[in-house]
Ligand binder design. Structure first.
Ligand code: CDT
Length: 355
């Protein structure tokens, strides 16, 4: 029998500073109701879906930012969303700011903050949790920027890796699901780690400004054409799906939020890298697609048959190194008989041999 799941990206229009979490949840429940009418089995909400994108606001004292965070899940504010999803039997992906009291790498239990997402099935069980790994921005107030991006101040780097779970979802007895959050989608390493666990459905939420707000662009150090911002986002998601033979649902917060324009353009992508559905508004909007899981088979049995074709012995730099290093400089051989190009090339195992 065909394995088909109907999924939805529930894009949210802007959430202003004055909006309460209850406002946000009420809008999300209305989107769930629309999803039910359209036969959707899994709905994906954006990153930090309960509030405005608060990392654009500086709090000297971290404790003053606690009201943006959830200390439990479901939390008092999100319980109505869980109840609605249970009532309709719809699964959902929710992005939120998490406070956890847990041990750090030194074993000391302390209050920790993460940019988190969860996957909840139609019976209201949390089947997977993910904490954002690729945190963009900066930790201190940056006077060169008109708009701050303080994710590195408010969140620790996620400590759960990129997990994939096989769990019942909608009418499927098992679906291999994994998550990313916003900036993660630009990193092929994240996609491949999910791909190596047989992911079939990647769910991700994002909050991305329509213009590059980085200090480099504000001080004349670089330029990113605004029309390329959406292209870069879609390019990353489409490539990730194609190269790992997976579906993805990528959901934005959109519109002018708290004085900052977010570009929206939520999409659902198939394992060929094709966009199956795309949001066209800057408002609350539900887009849907029927995903036939058989479509993951072509890629993973041919060009992206990992077991057959991957060459990890050539990929050591991917995990050994963070920043780029300078390459060796080519020098003309003094003896023409040594002009064999391969003698001056870096071999795949050079770093292993040197260490
Ligand atoms: N939220 C998030 O991760 N946004 C980033 C913006 C990067 S600009 C510092 C993104 O990759 O879309």
């Amino acid at each position: 029998m065909a394995r088909i799941i109907t999924v939805g990206a529930a894009q949210l229009g802007p959430l202003q500073l004055k909006d309460t979490k209850a406002n946000a949840i009420a809008r999300m429940i209305r989107l769930l109701e629309r999803a039910r009418v359209r036969g959707v089995e899994l709905v994906v909400f954006p990153e930090l879906a309960l509030t405005t994108f608060f990392p654009r606001h500086f709090h000297e004292n971290l404790e003053d930012a606690d009201h943006w965070f959830e200390q439990t899940m479901p939390s008092p504010d999100t319980e109505p969303l869980f109840a609605a999803a249970r009532k309709y039997g719809i699964g959902f992906h929710l992005g939120y700011a998490e406070i956890a009291h847990e041990a750090d790498e030194t074993g000391v239990v302390r209050k920790r903050r993460f940019n988190t997402s969860i996957l909840v099935n139609g019976t209201g069980d949390i089947v997977l949790k993910y904490r954002k790994v690729h945190l963009p921005g900066h930790a201190e107030y940056d006077h060169r920027r008109c708009i701050q991006h303080l994710e590195k101040r408010y969140f620790e780097v996620g400590n759960l890796g990129f997990p994939v779970i096989r769990a019942p979802m909608g009418g499927l007895s098992g679906l291999n699901m994994g998550m990313m959050i916003c900036n993660d989608r630009r990193w092929p390493e994240a996609w491949r780690v999910l791909g190596l666990q047989g992911v079939e459905m990647v769910t991700l939420g994002y909050n991305t400004p329509s213009t590059n707000q980085s200090a480099a662009t504000q001080t004349g150090g670089g330029f990113e054409a605004p029309h390329l911002r959406v292209a870069h986002s879609h390019l990353s998601i489409q490539a990730g799906c194609y190269q790992n033979a997976t579906f993805a649902v990528a959901t934005a917060k959109a519109g002018v939020e708290d004085g900052c324009e977010l570009f929206g353009h939520s999409i659902i992508v198939n394992p060929q890298g094709e966009i199956m559905a795309q949001a066209t508004s800057w408002d609350d909007e539900l887009i849907t697609a029927d995903c036939n899981l058989e479509q993951v088979q072509l890629g993973r049995s041919t060009i992206f048959n990992f077991a057959e074709h991957r060459r990890p012995e050539a990929y050591a730099r991917i995990t050994d190194q963070t920043g780029a290093v300078e390459p060796p400089v080519w020098v003309r051989p003094s003896n023409p008989s040594e002009s064999d190009a391969s003698s001056s090339l870096t071999r795949v195992d050079d770093r292993k041999a040197a260490s």
